[in-house]
Design a protein around this ligand. Structure first.
Ligand code: THU
Length: 139
């Protein structure tokens, strides 16, 4: 699947966002090695802390279904009910969740927006020297 299609699926996911507090709607589309795509949106909570980002919603859906092999994630975000002209980069917690399941040297993070081409990063660029399962296997 090309990056453009993945961004389109992230925009579709963004329509599902539940954002009564921040009014910042995010969508994600996570591409698995077998070609399956899991979509996620941010889901907020009146107590704030239990809120879940779009990226983690997509990962947790996929992992629940038994997926363990991931190639890329597209993310789009911006003010609810409006286009998303700027990129929306994943928060630190989501980068850490990606580190749990993805190879930082090959997992691609595609940051889309409504105006212009997506910006594409490897996980290792957005989370340099990340701590992951391999670190624990050394002991
Ligand atoms: N958010 C995401 O879902 N993903 C990101 O990449 C950045 C932030 C959400 C969390 C919260 O619901 C809202 O955006 C404002 O921070």
């Amino acid at each position: 699947m090309d990056d453009g299609k993945l961004v389109e699926l992230a925009f579709e996911a963004r329509e599902h966002a539940y954002t009564p507090y921040s009014h910042w709607a995010v969508g994600a589309a996570l591409l698995c090695a077998d070609g399956t795509v899991y979509q996620g949106c941010n889901i907020e909570n009146a107590a704030y802390t239990p809120s879940n980002c779009a990226e983690r919603t997509a990962f947790f859906k996929a992992v629940y279904d038994g997926e363990r092999d991931f190639e890329a994630i597209a993310v789009v975000g911006g003010p609810e009910g409006q286009p998303a002209p700027e990129i929306c980069a994943p928060c630190g917690v989501c980068r850490q969740v990606m580190m749990e399941f993805c190879d930082p040297a090959s997992f691609r993070i595609v940051l889309g927006c409504s105006d212009g081409e997506p910006r594409v990063y490897l996980l290792r660029e957005l989370l340099p020297e990340g701590f992951g399962p391999d670190n624990l296997r050394l002991s």
